[in-house]
Design a binder for this molecule. Sequence first.
Ligand SMILES: [Zn+2]
Length: 483
Amino acid sequence: MLLYNTMGRRKEEFIPIAEKMVGMYTCGPTVYNFAHIGNMVSYIYWDVLKRVLKHGGYAVKHVMNITDVGHRFDDAEFGSEDKMRSAAESQHKTLREIALFYTAQFAADAKRLNIIPPDTVRNASDEVGGILDLIGKLESRGYLYRLADGEWFDTSRFKDYGALTGMGFAALNESLMAGARVERPEGLRNITDFVVWRLSKPGETDMVWDSKYGRGFPGWHIECSEISMKYLGNHLDIHCGGIDHIPIHHTNEIAQSEAATGEKFVNYWLHNGFMTVDGRKMSKSLGNVYTLQDLIDRGHSPLAYRYLVISSHYRSELNFTFKALDGASSTLNRIYAVAENLSDVKTAGGADPVFVEAVRALSKRFYENLNDDLGTPEALKSFHEIINISNQRMSAREMTKSEARAALDALLEIDGSILALNLSERVDGVVLTPEVATLLKERERLREMRDFEGADKIRGAIRDRYGIELVDTKEGVKLRKAR
Ligand SMILES: [Zn+2]
């Protein structure tokens, strides 16, 4: 399998440290707000990566952190802000309550996108003891210095600092000088230096810990070094994240981890590209920040969004538009329709070896495409080619039941292992499409207005148009295939 390693900036053959076992770390969310669809892109791509590794026969141990303390966002315009603390203050809640609420929301979104949860998820605030031990190692090795607001890492003392960016130390400092950091504490040695332990301000009593460095809390980057190494060992196979983490967050993770252990930290660094909306950066002021729930409220299936993301390569910039999402929804429905039609083929007869072999070759190519640095766009082409040749054969009424089974098995295997678009539910049961969801909502509205005649008309329309029977139960309406 080939993977593009940001460290060195080239595709490399993937060789795990231990045979058949892969340690993989992804930076988790900072849980001060609902995740937007751009946040979820990363997790969809790394889910595909994990599935490809598993399909390739590897056992994958996947670890992720939850940032519930210590992350300051630097903004050129508004300065530096601890958004966890701001959210807690404005909502009159504790940091833990804020974190629990948004962590649950994040997990729910991930579930709706069929993202396999990590094996280990750890909150930064639950790992402070280990973080302090790690800071102690850095201190004893002479990497830290003290400023009025806490303990800082002297990046000039770490050999090859910034290697991940491909820039030298001076160039990296210069580029950050021009960038966002606005608050420069007095005595800062290098613009790239970062805090590992921040002293709490007077009155800050939530999520602060006493330590030999004084009462405070960890800086942002140190939690990822601690959590990744604690649960995966000092040397891990794969570390993933968004491209925006390269110059600061991941660069600092490397510096801390390697400074503390003297060992290589990560073999393969994978980064996904940015997502824009209508060609522009997502921002509150542009009003183009959407959550997964916003897409659902507009009648889209979360899986249409998953499909849309996968149809773009993880390293390219993904431009989200509602038109593109509409396109993904239609494609998804077409996939479902063809799978359903295949499951309905009843024609007896043998299987044409040429057709069966074509399906087998396309299926093989699908996985080969993925093994080339997660080539999802090409892999989807192979997948759609199976659909196309099946459809042609069904249209020409040449498809036998055993051929249809071969094609359907290939599609189900691909979907079950990698795509995760719930194809099997579609074939065996009924999946709620956005169109039917809209009709169901309308029917619900009519029933609430006691317009039962109108509601029954919709029930009939759903049966006639989509072949779906509505069954009203105590738990609400259930769907099943009309017979
Ligand atoms: Zn991280």
